[in-house]
Design a protein around this ligand. Structure first.
Ligand SMILES: [Zn+2]
Length: 342
């Protein structure tokens, strides 16, 4: 059960300031000290926006994962930076991202960088909101690696990455992280065609060192690269198996799916806390506080208030910052309205 009914939370990512995007394309122009300063400034900006909106839970906005060398893949040994994008022109889609070649044993002797990110967040965050870290799971991370003789398929790559992610999660809890999201968007996108019990087993082995030691959640994502979904947008193929995830809370997208399959909320609430996407990160219609309040009241027909958290549908990294800010404000104001009427 959550400490406060109708907690206002986020998934994890937040849009980069324009200068950070510019810098990420011109990193050669900066020295390591400049980059470190830039990373901290970007986190300060993301934290500011989230705290100013009045969220109960905030993240570092994943502001430091802006370049291959600064992302999880940059921490991995045994891979080569992505090759050419298979498609460079035309409307944006995930086939415009290259995959990484595996050249040796997959190892991460320096960890995956999430501990440093969380410690930075602890340093710059104001008192008040809970601090959350989020980390993609091994099945999702394996999706951008090309199998080879040593790791012949996606599951072999996943098994090699699993202990690396598990160690990072444990290290996060050891530095004081009390709220942790492990995201496996590839599991929710491909549940309709994969063995869901096998996916649940992978997930639970990933989190076995931290389950029960922190508040653990996951976000069932249908994809948001460049603002587009990639999965079959139905929750039904994931259930009931995904109720077996060893987490305290499951988050589902609802706003951009017009609350399709809302009956799932009641089934999740019977076993877990529920977080619901009540603002659409893919639409530039800016929800009002009243829109959000109406959606929350609708969710309350299926989930008791002390088990319900409210969030955007997905991370906000693909939403313009002005819109992200206003959507978070509406989210918080809508939650406050309903909370006051409970
Ligand atoms: Zn998502």
């Amino acid at each position: 059960m959550i400490e406060q009914p109708l907690r206002a939370t986020v998934i994890g990512s937040y849009p980069f300031p324009s200068w950070l995007e510019f810098a990420s394309r011109n990193l050669d122009a900066f020295g390591p000290a400049d980059i470190a300063e830039m990373q901290e400034d970007a986190v300060i900006a993301a934290v500011h926006d989230q705290a100013a909106a009045g969220l109960d839970v905030i993240t570092d906005g994943e502001q430091t994962r802006f370049d291959f060398n600064l992302s999880f893949y940059g921490y991995l040994e045994g891979i080569e930076m992505e090759g050419e994008s298979p498609r460079k022109w035309g409307p944006p889609a995930h086939d415009q991202r290259g995959k990484h070649r595996v050249t040796g044993e997959l190892r991460a002797p320096r960890g995956l960088g999430a501990v440093e990110e969380f410690q930075r967040l602890q340093r710059v965050a104001p008192p008040g909101p809970a601090l959350k870290a989020s980390l993609p799971g091994p099945y999702t991370l394996s999706g951008r690696l090309v199998p080879n003789d040593a790791y012949p398929d996606r599951y072999a790559l996943t098994e090699a990455l699993l202990p690396i992610v598990r160690r990072e999660l444990e290290a996060l809890v050891e530095v004081g992280c009390r709220e942790l999201t492990v995201d496996e968007p590839s599991m929710s996108c491909y549940a309709y065609r994969e063995d869901t019990r096998k996916l649940v087993d992978i997930f639970n082995r990933t989190v076995e060192g931290v389950a029960g030691r922190c508040r653990l959640s996951t976000h069932l994502c249908f994809g948001n690269f460049k603002g587009h979904a990639v999965g079959y947008r139905r929750l039904a193929p994931m259930f009931p198996d995904f109720l077996g995830f060893n987490v305290d809370e499951i988050h589902v997208e609802m706003a951009n799916r017009e609350f399709a399959e809302v009956e799932i909320l009641e089934r999740i609430a019977a076993k877990k806390d529920v977080a619901v996407g009540v603002v659409d990160v893919k639409s530039y219609y800016i929800e009002t506080a009243d829109d959000v309040a109406e959606r929350i009241r609708f969710c309350l027909q299926s989930v008791p208030a002390d088990k319900l958290s409210l969030a955007p549908d997905c991370g906000l990294s693909q939403t313009a910052r002005w819109a992200a800010r206003r959507k978070l404000e509406a989210l918080v104001q809508g939650a406050r309205k309903v909370r006051a009427s409970l």
